[in-house]
Design a protein around this ligand. Structure first.
Ligand code: G3I
Length: 378
């Protein structure tokens, strides 16, 4: 993982022309021993998502890289309902236990993701004997799930994404099984329960496309309402699955200000930047979206041209400039994965592409984007 000083200076000089060689050299030396988490320690936590593959294989190189560079971790998949609790009486603790222990060993901020979501749930969660389950039974399932899961990691998991993606763009509440069977009160019930089980855990609402002013306002409104009525909510997670030309910095900024004004902390929870061509002029992280593969939509299967590396670095730089500007409102900036090869963006929304959305390349080396982010603290 170590990078020669000369190599660093060259890369830094290319990606950040104003950075003096001396500064770059000093930073290169510092970065030999430390990582992004250290550069940003006075600003906010720097996080990443840990994949199931990393946990299953106990991938030492990846775990060492994460420990060196990051101060916060998120479980990419292993704590989702369908993975940790696939049947009513069956729990799969191996990966979650490994994930939490890794975070404890390295004194990290450990996120739990996620308690209430419409996706990655057991097929029969909303069903009983072939028909829709009753409201009371679903509430009981929710309660058992939260009591067992939050209870097991009480005092260890720092914060929970209590509810994930319950809002449907400009259409208000998402019409999921949770909404259809329990109604919007499902959210506050989940927050109350999680708080009852672990009164010290920070409790967050997490969603994508929160740069969208209408979606952001809808979220801010229920946050204000929760605060007024004493529903324990402490933060909003803005996923930030970004592209090269979306979201607009001004829109992201407006949402950060909106949530801070509503009285909660902001977490940037799933940051990545998609550099590949888009099929349509819409951006989404809606997991069911799929398009057919075409070579024209996969222009760099063998590596990203230097010019595009630089553009990606610039995009990361402007995003982190914004986050730094609002460091007093932001607790954490987490990328959704560590190295490009493990990103969900290689198969979403078009399967089989080669994407470059993260800060480390396929050899787990720091990319120009990494150095652009590091240089902001130079
Ligand atoms: O569980 C099966 C496993 O048994 C099997 O061996 C494996 C082989 O392909 O597939 C496993 O399921 C996959 C799962 O990831 C775990 O690896 C699913 O097919 C796959 O769809 C799933 O994708 C995840 C996606 O959420 C599903 O919703 C991505 O890795 C994960 O990055 C992504 O993360 C979400 C956040 O939780 C919420 N916000 C959006 C974000 C991106 O979609």
């Amino acid at each position: 993982m170590s990078l020669s000083r000369r190599d660093f200076c060259l890369r830094a000089a290319v990606s950040v022309p104003l950075l003096s060689l001396l500064k770059a050299r000093a930073m290169a030396q510092a970065l030999q021993e430390t990582g992004l988490k250290d550069l940003y320690k006075h600003d906010f936590l720097i996080g990443t998502a840990v994949s199931n593959r990393t946990l299953q294989q106990k991938d030492e190189a990846m775990l060492a890289l994460i420990a060196k560079e990051f101060s916060a971790i998120s479980p990419e998949n292993c704590l989702k309902w369908g993975e940790v609790h696939p049947d009513t009486d069956r729990w799969q603790w191996e990966l979650p236990d490994r994930y939490v222990q890794f975070g404890l060993d390295h004194k990290m901020f450990i996120l739990g993701h996620t308690l209430v979501w419409h996706s990655q749930i057991p097929r029969n969660l909303f069903m009983e004997a072939g028909s829709a389950v009753s409201r009371d039974i679903l509430l009981k399932r929710l309660e058992d799930h939260i009591r067992t899961l939050v209870g097991r990691f009480k005092g260890k998991i720092t914060a929970w994404d209590v509810v994930n993606e319950a809002v449907d763009e400009d259409k208000g509440w998402r019409k999921s099984g949770w909404f259809n069977i329990i109604g919007p009160e499902c959210l506050e019930k989940a927050f109350h329960l999680a708080h009852e089980v672990d009164g010290k855990a920070q409790l967050l609402y997490n969603d994508y496309n929160l740069h969208n002013p209408k979606k952001a306002e809808f979220v801010a409104e229920f946050v204000r309402d929760f605060k007024k009525r004493g529903v324990p909510i402490h933060g909003v997670g803005m996923q930030c699955h970004e592209g090269m030309d979306y979201s607009k910095i001004e829109e992201l900024e407006a949402s950060i200000l909106l949530f801070a004004k509503a009285g909660v902390r902001v977490h940037i929870t799933e940051l990545d930047v998609d550099i590949l061509p888009r099929k349509e002029q819409t951006s989404t992280a809606e997991v069911s979206t799929r398009y057919e593969y075409a070579d024209t939509l996969n222009p760099w299967p063998k590596g990203l041209p230097e010019e595009m590396e630089k553009k990606l670095a610039k995009r990361y730089e402007e995003l982190f400039r914004l986050f730094l500007k609002h460091r007093d409102k932001i607790d954490r900036v987490t990328t959704w994965g560590t190295s490009d090869d493990e990103s969900w963006k290689n198969s979403f929304p078009i399967p089989g592409r080669t994407n470059y959305p993260l800060l480390f390349d396929r050899q787990k080396q720091r990319k120009a984007a990494y150095y652009a982010v590091a240089a902001l603290k130079g």
